[in-house]
Each structure stands twice: as structure tokens, then as C-alpha cells.
Write a protein that binds this ligand. Structure first.
Ligand code: GLN
Length: 459
């Protein structure tokens, strides 16, 4: 098929099902088809194109784009169009991928269900009454509903992996710094990482090969020459690989059907030559507490730029007002309740007199979590756990209970605190509800290829 045909088929699918799924915030068929036509023209002219040339891709609205708006799921950025493409988008376009549109997300990537989007929730294609995960529920739902074969996500505490788990898709959070954060609207800069959402491990690998690499525009970008992840998938071999089952991420609080599929997947890994051992990560239990200080602290600082002057919305109080009043009115009108909750929490945690007690303690816990990983990776090559404790819950079920929502990320957050790469891939449906279950693999920093090796072997 030509790039135009592939793009048109997916645009047709979006037109047919997105009224019910609501994975997309923005689609512009004209722009998409023009870019696809350009790829076809290059191919006809005999230009050497990469493996993904002509493949359509959905883009999480956290990434800025110069030919589409970028709202990060917030009213405060409604209609905002960036003068440049985020680096991962620019690299994808240069490789001939064709952006289909922008996908829905929790406002500023804060959430696990997309219910915190200012533009209404996305529905899980497996059951429209259920959440597609979050914050990148739009990207995962688009891939699961065949609206896109591939998508971009971003993962600060699980926002690529948990949506993959609940929608039966593959999601990868690369090593922190592997993929540029330039043009990714920041939630928490020390935790954020952009990565692929796909239907197969090989597709994710091909996309990671396109987007990983050093970017002088991101000071935390790694200067690393990455091996091909696609090669790791194609040569997948589990023989002699040591896989560590994380004792603390299994048991109480994990749904029976999630555990059942998880056990079966571990058996499958063992029968394919892997050695399964149990390892302990005693400090993982403090990860959520530390994360909910570090993430809001960084978010409150990152969101300070939405001041009514530089970007997006400006809301003046009736009759005018001072600069401060305009700023306050804009943030009052432009931010949703979850964003306000985290800005207040983060500002408090960073305030003089409290900084050491809250932010300082959280940073110490972060170091302990990193040590847990270091100890574990002295014993094993990769770690494994269920991606999340339960299958997709009902829309509305946890909306009024932030703690219940936060606990969903128990298995995904440690990787962000340590900067290590993680992958979620589907391992079947939970018998009790018929909903998808994912398994998570974690590897040492810079060893992303190990994830693709294991994932490739399981697929
Ligand atoms: N669900 C987590 C949160 O609410 C993670 C979000 C993310 O990874 N962007 O912060």
C-alpha cells in the first residue's frame, strides 16, 4: 500500500469509531494526506526510505507540533500551535512516518485514566464504559482500536505502560535521556520520558530506533550510540537469561486474573530457557509517597510558565485588574482540579521550612529505590512484575478518590524514579472480566535492548 492509502484507511477508521472512543483531540486529514503524498513522491523518486516510511502515527498531545495544536489536555493551551516540532516528532517525520493527529490525555499528563482531560475522557475500545488508562489513554486506545498502528506516549510514572496494560497494547518507556524531551510539554522533568505505543514489540523497536539519540536541545539527553532495538527483537533468545520476579510487586492488591496470567507468562519464559529467580526490592513500597512529592514539586515549577502572558489563555477579571489578578484568573479558569491539587501540593513541598522535610526526604527515598535496582541487577539481567494491579476500571470509579487513582501506579513508578527502561506487553485476558492484562519488564539504564529481547521472545 502507498502512504496515502495507509493514511486514508486510518483516517476512515478514525471517522468511523472515534465518536465512541474519543482517542483524538485533533485530526486534520488534509495535512496528514499531504505529508503521506510527500512520502510516496520520495519513494517514487527512488529515495532511500526507512522501515517505517509511510506508516501513520498518532501523537500524544503532550508533544508540540507546528502543523497541529498542542494542548497537553488543558484548557489553558486551547488552540496553541508551536513554532517547532518536538524532536521525536521531527525525527519521525524525517523517517517518513505520517502524523495522523493528536491524542487525548489527562491534563498535563496528570492521571491514570484520561478522565482529567479538559476535553472529556477517552473510552477503552475493549469496553467503552471503562478507562483506557492514563495519562496516555488516547494513544493506547487509538492503537487498540486500529485507528493508528503506532503512537507516541510519554511516561512520568507509568503513562505509557499502564495504558498499554489496560488496552492490550505494547508500551515502552526508554531509559531516561534516551529520547529527547525537547518539545515535550514538561510534567516532571527528572521523570518524563517519551516512548512508543504499538501493537507488536517489533513495531515499538522500529520506532525507538528512529527516536533515540542525542539532542543538543535537551541537556539531559544521553550521548550514547544505541544498538538496534529491532535487531534485539529479531534475534530474541532467552537462553540463560536471568529474570528477577520482584517479590514486593505480586500478591495483596493484585487482581486474581492479573496474577494468573502473570504466573502463566513466567512459566512460558522458563520453558523458553530463562532462569526465573525471586528478588526483593524493599524500598519500592515507598515509591508512590516519594513520587507524589517529587512529581508535584517539579510540576508546580514547570507550570509556572502558564502566566497568561507567554502562552495560551488570558482571562481578565471583570473590569480589568492587575497583572497578578489576570494571572490568577487565567490559572483559575485554565487549570482543572487535579492540576490545581498538584500545583498546591508541589508549591507547599518546596516552600521554605518544609523543603528538607518533604522534598529532601523524597529525594532520599529516590536514592534507596535506585539502590534496590542496583542490587537486583547484580543478581539478574531483567526484572519482571505485572504492569498494574488491576485490569481497566470503570469510568468514574476512582475519579473522586485521588489516592485510589495514585495506587494504580505502584508497579510503574519505581522505573521513573531510577531512570531505568520499562516495557509493558499483553499476556492475555483476565478470566473474571475478559479484559487485557500486561506484564512489565525492567532493565538497567541503557540496556533497553534487553527489554526488546525478552519482549521479542514472548511475542
Ligand atoms: N498516573 C501517574 C500520575 O498521575 C503517572 C502519569 C504519567 O506518567 N504522566 O502522575
Amino acid at each position: 500500500v502507498s502512504a496515502v492509502e495507509a493514511a486514508q484507511a486510518h483516517l476512515d477508521r478514525i471517522a468511523a469509531v472515534d465518536g465512541a472512543v474519543h482517542a483524538f483531540l485533533h485530526v486534520n486529514p488534509e495535512v496528514t494526506l499531504a505529508q503521506a503524498a510527500e512520502v510516496d513522491r520520495k519513494r517514487a523518486a527512488g529515495e532511500q526510505l526507512g522501515a517505517l516510511a509511510g506508516v501513520p502515527i498518532a501523537v500524544k498531545d503532550v508533544l508540540v507540533t507546528k502543523d497541529m495544536p498542542a494542548t497537553s489536555g488543558s484548557k489553558i493551551l486551547e488552540g496553541y500551535v508551536s513554532p517547532f516540532d518536538a524532536t521525536p516528532v521531527a525525527l519521525a517525520k524525517a523517517a517518513g512516518l505520517v502524523p495522523l493527529g493528536k491524542t487525548n490525555m489527562d491534563e498535563f499528563a496528570m492521571g491514570s485514566s484520561t478522565e482529567h482531560s479538559a476535553y472529556g475522557p477517552t473510552h477503552n475500545p475493549w469496553d467503552l464504559d471503562r478507562i483506557p488508562g492514563g495519562s496516555g489513554g488516547g494513544s493506547a486506545a487509538a492503537v487498540a482500536a486500529y485507528e493508528a498502528p503506532l503512537a507516541f506516549g510519554s511516561d512520568t510514572g507509568g503513562s505509557i505502560r499502564q495504558p498499554a496494560h489496560v488496552t492490550g497494547t505494547v508500551g515502552v518507556k526508554p531509559t531516561y535521556g534516551a529520547v529527547s524531551r525537547y518539545g515535550s510539554i514538561a510534567l516532571a522533568s527528572s521523570l518524563d520520558q517519551v516512548g512508543p505505543v504499538s501493537r507488536t514489540v517489533l513495531d515499538a523497536a522500529l520506532l525507538q530506533d528512529v527516536i533515540a539519540g542525542h539532542d543538543p536541545n535537551d541537556s539531559t539527553s544521553l550521548n550514547e550510540s544505541w544498538p538496534s532495538m529491532a535487531e534485539a527483537v529479531r534475534g530474541a533468545d532467552l537462553t540463560g537469561l536471568k529474570i528477577g520476579v520482584i517479590r514486593e510487586l505480586d500478591g495483596d492488591g493484585f487482581q486474581a486474573g492479573v496474577r494468573q496470567r502473570y504466573r502463566e507468562a513466567l512459566d512460558l519464559l522458563a520453558s523458553n530457557g530463562a532462569e526465573i529467580v525471586e528478588v526483593s526490592a524493599p524500598n519500592f513500597q515507598y515509591s508512590i509517597a516519594a513520587y507524589y512529592l517529587i512529581m508535584p514539586a517539579e510540576a508546580s515549577s514547570n507550570l509556572a510558565k502558564f502566566d497568561s502572558v507567554r502562552f495560551g489563555l488570558r482571562q481578565a477579571p471583570a473590569g480589568g485588574g492587575t497583572v497578578e489578578q489576570v494571572m490568577a484568573a487565567t490559572r483559575e479558569a485554565g487549570f482543572g482540579p487535579e492540576v490545581k491539587r498538584r500545583v498546591i501540593l508541589g508549591t507547599y513541598a518546596l516552600s521554605a521550612g518544609y523543603y528538607d522535610a518533604y522534598y529532601g526526604s523524597a529525594q532520599k527515598v529516590r536514592t534507596l529505590v535506585q539502590q534496590d535496582f542496583a542490587n537486583a541487577f547484580e543478581q539478574v539481567d531483567v526484572l519482571v512484575s505485572p504492569t498494574a494491579p488491576t485490569t481497566a476500571f470503570k469510568l468514574g470509579e476512582k475519579l473522586d478518590d485521588p489516592m485510589a487513582m495514585y495506587l494504580n501506579d505502584i508497579a510503574t513508578i519505581p522505573a521513573n524514579l531510577a531512570g531505568v527502561p520499562g516495557m509493558s506487553l499483553p499476556i492475555g485476558l483476565a478470566p473474571e472480566d475478559g479484559l487485557p492484562v500486561g506484564i512489565q519488564f525492567l532493565a538497567p539504564a541503557r540496556q533497553d535492548a534487553r527489554l526488546y529481547n525478552v519482549g521479542g521472545a514472548l511475542e
